[in-house]
Design a protein around this ligand. Structure first.
Ligand code: NAD
Length: 352
């Protein structure tokens, strides 16, 4: 076994159907008395419900989170937290909502209680991102790591199948890249392989039976493992390409992950043979790249960049941006091979 460093995050996790009931207790436990409840406009009802459960512990609701945390949104939310004299943030929603809480915490140090309602995994990571002038600046800071995460599968039942599938593929991508991360370790490998197994079996049922809370619990458990694996490792070519496409072409986050993952796996298949064997075993397939592609098809998740708004004449620029300052990757990165990866992903070709 090679030597390794495992910098384990300390997060209190409450998991189970109905555990949102414990929200007030968990806010008091921080300890905090004036929670600012954050969410997206589409989930304002859920935030109001959370504020109702908090009673006197709720300082207010701010339902203006948007994808990729524009700096204007971050500034307005920071001002609102100050105005209300909030002493913690309760983020009820997906990665966009949790991202907004992190933007507040980055400046103020306010503790976060995260209540995730998608499978993106941000709740487990110290990674933040703020978008300014069309560029998303990301970084790691322990200040933004949620102190408590409340995983209540009942809150994911409303996530529509067309969002559940891609969001699950986003989680799967964290697990796959953790298996071949340069700073991986045996504990993260356990979590990542279990994440792939449980996501691979639960997600097809989730999209078929969205109201099945038992299977939603399995998928959310997989998403938790995926977030923990993402937090502990540096990601590679897959995440680099997705960040490039999301940032420069404003493509939807989870859908980009769904399209790119089979091609990133094919790209690294030979260079990361051990990781790919683990991934294919966990998925119960012969070939990891084809297995991931087939899963996306089964989920009804996007498989082609041309279907999610990518302009064909943007592929050259995307390949240039993705190779200029590459993330570490098992297979060396060069323009021509990444351009080919993008071409295959553009047309949604099944990896061979
Ligand atoms: P999202 O938070 O933008 O949510 C997508 C849409 O689904 C929103 O309209 C939201 O209101 C709605 N929604 C969320 N949960 C719902 C539910 N249960 N029922 C009904 N509707 C629901 O999407 P996301 O994919 O979760 O997050 C994407 C963002 O998170 C990106 O900005 C990405 O960069 C970031 N992210 C960050 C990390 C990290 O570690 N920092 C990790 C993953 C993703």
């Amino acid at each position: 076994m090679r030597p390794f460093v495992y910098d384990q995050s300390a997060i209190r996790v409450i998991f189970g159907v109905g555990v949102l009931d414990r929200l007030a207790e968990e806010v008091q436990r921080l300890p905090a008395k004036r929670a600012l409840v954050l969410t997206t406009p589409g989930q304002s009802g859920l935030a109001e419900d959370a504020a109702g459960r908090l009673g006197k512990l709720a300082a207010g609701v701010y339902a203006k989170a948007v994808m990729h945390v524009p700096i204007e949104t971050a500034r307005a939310a920071r001002d609102e937290a100050k105005r209300l004299e909030a002493d913690c943030c309760v983020a009820v929603g997906g990665g966009s909502t949790i991202g907004l809480a992190k933007a507040i915490a980055l400046e103020s140090g306010l503790p976060i209680v995260a209540v995730p309602t998608t499978y993106a995994g941000s709740e487990m990571t110290p990674i933040y991102g703020v978008t300014e002038g069309g560029l998303k600046k990301t970084g790691r800071d322990r200040k933004v790591l949620p102190r408590t995460v409340i995983y209540d599968p009942a809150l994911t039942v409303s996530l529509p199948p067309k969002m559940s599938g891609p969001s699950g593929m986003n989680a799967l991508a964290h697990c796959v890249e953790a298996l071949y991360a340069e700073d991986g370790n045996p504990i993260v490998t356990l979590m990542a392989a279990e994440g792939i197994r449980v996501l691979g079996t639960s997600l097809p049922v989730v999209v078929r039976e969205p109201a099945n809370v038992e299977i939603r619990a399995d998928a959310l458990y997989g998403a938790w493992l995926a977030g923990a694996a993402l937090a502990a490792t540096r990601m590679s070519i897959h995440h680099k390409v997705c960040h490039t496409l999301g940032g420069a072409f404003n493509l939807p986050h989870a859908q980009v992950h769904s399209v790119i993952l089979p091609h990133a796996v094919a790209f690294n298949q030979e260079a990361a043979g051990d990781a790919m064997r683990l991934a294919s075993q966990a998925l119960g397939v012969k070939d990891a790249a084809q297995g991931v592609y087939d899963l996306a098809v089964r989920l009804g998740a996007p498989t082609a960049l041309e279907d999610i708004g990518m302009p064909l004449d943007g592929l050259d620029r995307a390949a240039k941006l993705a190779t200029e300052s590459p993330y570490p990757n098992p297979r060396p990165i060069d323009y021509a091979s990444v351009r080919q990866l993008l071409e295959n992903a553009y047309h949604g070709i099944r990896p061979v």
